[in-house]
Write a protein that binds this ligand. Structure first.
Ligand code: SF4
Length: 213
């Protein structure tokens, strides 16, 4: 695939005028670029050191992230932490964010069920992701799942054939393609889940090695 010709919305957009992540976050708190801010508790912006060489990009905040205002603190986040540790990659050295910054959900009684962000929401929120990457200038971006991949590289990049590969879009940081940890939580078959878990850790290990170069 010609990645240079398929740079996605985040990387193609003009970025916000902010000098730091703190300033950018402050700007994003008032974002109304799509409707997702209306029902969410708060924005869940990226977090991590300003000098992070590796940026992990997920899909969107979940229920616990929406309540706490922090990314990857729910079940998928805990699994991510364990897999990062297995891979020898310290989360405290990474900047962790999402393609979409507000929680999209469907109410079901007292529960709020995750609802997948659509292409328009991802494209609109890519404004912020592009701005985060522009400030951080990381060595490597790890794309966790299909929504992150869409935000980063557009519709031509496909998760299954590219999984485990490091892609090199023109004039932008390399992107390592892998699954979202929440996918592992949904696999019922134990043997299959174990296989996918090992693959995921192997992908993260690749990121750790790339970051250490
Ligand atoms: S999801 Fe993103 S684009 Fe939509 S309102 Fe929230 S910050 Fe803005």
């Amino acid at each position: 695939m010609n990645i240079a010709a398929s740079v996605g919305p985040a990387l193609a957009l003009e970025v916000a005028d902010a000098q730091s992540i703190a300033e950018l976050r402050h700007q994003a708190e008032g974002c109304t670029r799509c409707d997702l801010y209306r029902n969410a508790t708060q924005i869940v912006f990226g977090e991590g050191p300003g000098a992070a060489e590796i940026v992990l990009v997920g899909e969107q905040p979940g229920d616990q992230e929406d309540v706490t205002g922090r990314p990857f603190v729910g079940p998928a986040g805990r699994l991510l932490d364990a897999c990062l540790e297995e891979a020898g990659l310290d989360r405290r050295r990474c900047y962790v964010t999402n393609a979409v910054k507000h929680f999209k959900f469907t109410p079901r009684g007292k529960r709020r069920l995750h609802a997948k962000p659509n292409a328009g929401e991802i494209r609109r929120c890519a404004w912020w992701l592009g701005a985060e990457l522009n400030i951080l200038q990381p060595k490597l971006v790890v794309s966790l799942g299909a929504s992150a991949l869409y935000a980063l590289l557009g519709p031509k990049a496909k998760l299954t054939p590219e999984r485990g590969h490091i892609l090199h879009p023109a004039n932008h940081p390399p992107v390592l393609v892998t699954i979202h940890p929440s996918f592992l939580l949904r696999v019922r078959d134990e043997a299959e889940r174990h296989r996918l878990h090992l693959e995921f850790v192997s992908d993260l290990h690749k990121a750790a090695e790339f970051g250490a170069r």
